[in-house]
Design a protein around this ligand. Structure first.
Ligand code: ADA
Length: 569
């Protein structure tokens, strides 16, 4: 399943995991040939869903459109809510030959309701396309591989005509007491007005209301609850509370007037994050962020990682004495965030606006806004996510980038006031300041002193930022060095594990000794497949700055980081 817990008890819920028929479409003929009505099954391969097609040797380098097909058998008439949790990168879904929904963006979910499907066999066809261009989000020149395919779960839920469409829980803490506001959207897909009872539970408390929803309409209502003596979500004791919105009502007479029920469940954790001077506070106390940057990438799985890999990765993070992950550079699988909630690991989640400059920022802002909203709505309940990162290394000196960031910050403020906002900058502060930091609660700073540049160092870099922007906490969001696995040298030369280990240990000491630095995230967790356009500057076609190999074998840098953090704790 796509989460670590059940998101409904009332709906019949299935994943469409398994083998789908699959054809690539390098000449982009499928639409004209109407594959959605006449799928070329006779030429089709079989592929796993979820998976990245590039993780299969036969499709390792394939970039372009590809088509998927499978059938679904219903024994009785049902209305189905079909959710795709992630398709790389663009998708159009057809049900029984007609377009059901389309979506852009590889890392956020989309859904559609297919109402009153007749008993019998139904056909789902999906056109997925992993082509990236100058203006897509992410664009074609980013430093990670353009994995294609239905790489996250497809979940099908049987829903009644009147069902819980959305649940957004917010809270205010006053000492150990919490005032909770639950905003619930009820959709009535039927023709007649419905008057169900709506109950919202948080932990052991429940609030109930009668709602009236016109036919073919939706209603959003807010229920309030008060909880006393709540256990806060902390890194040592990450307490989670179940939340549930439940509907109960009578079907319209045309549907026999029988009682229907529906529910939607999630989890929250009570915690407060804030900044105070140069500190990041969790529940009022300063917290030092010690983490890694992690891509969703694995040689055997591509971007589609099974639960076991996600669990193991998090275990490896924690065994390095780290308490944080920067989900570089895009919304991660929601189940990975569940695991972080459960483990008490902090998360910075990022919008995939990576090294965007003037022209392209203007063209990309609409998709960026859409993805940002989808990310905020999907992940608003994860206590582990303490910060949204709006971008990475964009041209922050340019007006269009500054304007776009102002808009993105406005969007966050409109939807979520419970987290910090940041953006990662690679401004070198030699001459100009970073104009995007104005919109940030803390400063995420990327630099590669001792790797790409040897004409300066971290101490001077941080001095310059403190001079210009001393009042906000700094998180060093990227630093590191490439290390070819098993390359060990007496002289600690670049590309060796020894060099990487020394650099990381020195940097960690320097950061931990500095009052202005609230934490760091090492670049990067494991070696990742590079964008093919960068192959010549990336030995083994990989970004080798991982402290683990791509198969998660620890390099010397991993041990150096773990030991240094242990010594300093
Ligand atoms: C940048 C970028 C990362 C990665 C890194 C590197 O800072 O944000 O995605 O590309 O450089 O390895 O060079």
């Amino acid at each position: 399943m796509h989460r670590t817990f059940e998101t409904t008890t009332e709906r019949r819920q299935r994943t469409l995991d398994g083998q789908w028929e699959f054809v690539t479409d390098p000449d982009d003929e499928g639409r004209e040939a109407e594959y959605h009505e006449a799928f070329p099954s006779e030429d089709a391969d079989r592929i796993a869903v979820p998976s990245s097609w590039n993780a299969r040797t036969a499709y390792a380098d394939y970039v372009g459109p590809a088509w998927y097909r499978r059938t679904l058998e219903l024994t009785e008439s049902e209305s189905l809510l079909v959710t795709f949790h992630g398709v790389g990168r663009e998708a159009t879904v057809y049900l029984d030959g007609a377009e059901l929904v389309s979506h852009e963006g590889a890392y956020t979910p989309f859904d559609a309701l297919a109402r009153d499907l007749a008993p019998g066999e139904h056909e789902l066809v999906v056109r997925a396309d992993n082509t990236r261009t100058e203006t897509t989000v992410p664009h074609d020149d980013v430093d990670w591989f353009p994995y294609g395919g239905i790489h996250r779960e497809v979940v099908v839920e049987t829903v009644p005509d009147v069902y819980v469409r959305d649940l957004a829980v917010d809270y205010e803490l006053d000492g150990d007491d919490a005032t909770v506001e639950a905003e619930v959207t009820v959709h009535n897909a039927g023709a007649l007005t419905a008057e169900p009872e709506l109950a919202v539970s948080v932990g052991d408390e429940t609030a109930v209301d009668d709602v009236e929803v016109d036919g073919m309409d939706a209603l959003t209502t807010t229920l309030s609850l008060t909880l006393t003596d709540v256990d806060r979500w902390t890194l040592d004791d990450p307490t989670l509370y179940d939340v549930e919105a439940r509907l109960r009502g009578e079907q319209a007479a045309a549907r026999d007037g029988e009682v229907f029920t529906d529910d939607r469940r999630d989890r929250i954790g009570f915690r407060e994050v804030a900044v105070d001077g140069r500190d990041i506070l969790l529940n009022g106390d300063p917290v030092t962020i010690a983490g890694v940057n992690r891509h969703e990438d694995h040689p055997d799985w591509g971007a589609a990682q099974p639960l076991g890999i996600q669990q193991r990765d998090l275990e490896i993070v924690e065994r390095a004495n780290c308490n944080a992950v920067r989900c570089s550079h895009y919304p991660n699988h929601p189940r990975f965030l569940d695991l972080c909630d459960e483990a008490g690991v902090l998360v910075i989640e990022e919008l995939p606006l990576w090294q965007v400059d003037r022209g392209t920022m203007t063209a990309s802002i609409e998709s960026a806004q859409r993805t940002l909203i989808e990310m905020l709505e999907r992940d608003r309940h994860h206590p582990s996510v303490f910060a949204w990162s709006l971008s990475n290394e964009c041209a922050n000196e340019q007006n269009s980038v500054v304007d776009a960031t102002r808009q993105l910050r406005g969007t966050v403020d409109g939807l979520d006031g419970s987290r910090l906002v940041t953006a990662a900058s690679n401004t070198d502060w030699e001459g100009e300041a970073d104009r995007v930091f104005e919109f940030c609660d803390f400063l995420s700073v990327n630099a590669y002193w001792g790797w790409y540049r040897d004409d300066g160092d971290w101490a001077d870099h941080l001095d310059r930022i403190e001079d210009e922007y001393g009042e906000k906490p700094i998180v060093v969001s990227e630093f590191g060095a490439g290390a070819i696995p098993d390359e060990r040298t007496h002289e600690s030369r670049k590309w060796s594990e020894s060099y990487q280990a020394d650099l990381l240990a020195d940097c960690v000491d320097l950061f931990l000794d500095r009052d202005s630095v609230a934490g760091f995230t090492v670049w990067q967790f494991a070696d990742t497949l590079a964008n093919p356009v960068d192959a010549m500057s990336r030995p083994r076609s990989r970004n080798n700055k991982g402290i683990l190999t791509e198969h998660r074998r620890p390099k010397d840098g991993y041990r150096a980081l773990a030991e240094r953090l242990d010594d300093r704790s």
